[in-house]
Write a protein that binds this ligand. Structure first.
Ligand SMILES: [Zn+2]
Length: 316
């Protein structure tokens, strides 16, 4: 049995304890102090420490809801071993403003490892780097597509990271996508600290996607069962496809975009998967798939400019 407390931001969490902690970030111009809220669930028995985080992009609400559902579950409150750190909203500033970024327009997920004396995005990133990641063995960070682009439920990790590959495999999302580390991202800094982070993508920003949320919560359950942290029946996964070489199909013309194949579907090279109509009916142009593969994301915006991303397609 464990006896040592876990110390986060000067607060101690004893084995067997569940604690809600608020880490001070910075005040709003009006003087209101903004906190980063964190839930810690500790078992009395040794085991891995897993981070589940959402809202790194403040408008990606599915991730916030996924972590909220994890916190709300009966299983998380009865861990057989190990620790779960659940962080529903990393970027509280963006969340309150329905925005991906912090108020000065910086992306927290390009500001890692961050600094306590840097920009606001850098300060937020640094709280994770300094106060959370040192405790964590591995994590899953929940995201959605940006702007009006939706993603079919999928996990992403760097192919060189074997441990992340194992976690993604246990999670068993419908799609698993190989994707390189981006400099300044949480995933990249965590990788430098030897903490594998798998990114989950599902749905679009500012819109609930019940299917993606459910798939994510089931994936979390599978991971915790695999780690022997909870004692439940593992939810049966859908067919799990490993994809790579993703490319965006972009609009050849500006107009009204109507997709005819949606995310999750198999497509073939040359197949018509949507159309762009001129609003005055002067032309209608088909959109074709450039290769055989699966649509892992698509644009829900009915108005597109030439060059806009329409479909994200990856190969088996
Ligand atoms: Zn995101």
């Amino acid at each position: 049995m464990l006896t040592e407390p876990m110390i986060i931001d000067g607060r101690s969490i004893l084995p067997g304890q569940t604690r809600f902690i608020e880490i001070d970030v910075a005040r709003l111009p009006s003087g209101t102090l903004i906190h980063m809220p964190i839930h810690v669930f500790r078992s009395e028995n040794p085991g891995p420490c897993i981070l589940f985080s959402g809202g790194l992009h403040g408008d990606e609400i599915n991730g916030v809801e996924i972590v909220r559902r994890i916190i709300d579950s009966s299983w998380i409150n009865n861990l057989k071993c190990g620790t779960v750190i659940a962080l529903p909203i990393i970027n509280v500033y963006g969340f309150n403003q329905f925005s991906r970024d912090v108020p000065d327009g910086k992306d927290v997920n390009r500001s890692f490892p961050g600094s306590p004396d840097g920009s606001l995005a850098s300060i937020v990133a640094n709280i994770l780097t300094d106060k959370i990641l040192p405790h964590v063995d591995f994590g899953i960070d929940f995201h959605t597509g940006g702007a009006s682009r939706t993603n079919y439920p999928q996990t992403r990790f760097a192919p060189i990271d074997k441990r992340a590959a194992e976690i993604a495999n246990d999670f068993a999302a419908p799609f698993t996508l190989h994707s390189g580390l981006i400099s300044g991202s949480l995933r990249s800094t965590a990788n430098d600290l030897d903490v594998p982070i798998v990114v989950f993508e599902g749905g679009e920003s500012l819109r609930f996607d019940r299917f993606a949320i459910k798939e994510a919560v089931k994936g979390v359950k599978r991971v915790l069962i695999k780690q022997r942290m909870i004692d439940r029946k593992s939810p049966k996964p859908k067919e799990q496809l490993v994809l790579k070489n993703s490319t965006w199909v972009r609009a050849d013309a500006s107009g009204l975009f109507v997709p005819s194949r949606l995310s999750g579907k198999k497509v073939y090279e040359g197949q018509t998967i949507g159309k762009i109509d001129n609003p005055y009916n002067q032309f209608s142009q088909s959109v074709h798939s450039p290769k055989d593969g699966y649509i892992i994301g698509h644009n829900n915006m009915p108005l597109v400019h030439r060059g806009d991303a329409l479909f994200h397609i990856a190969e088996l």
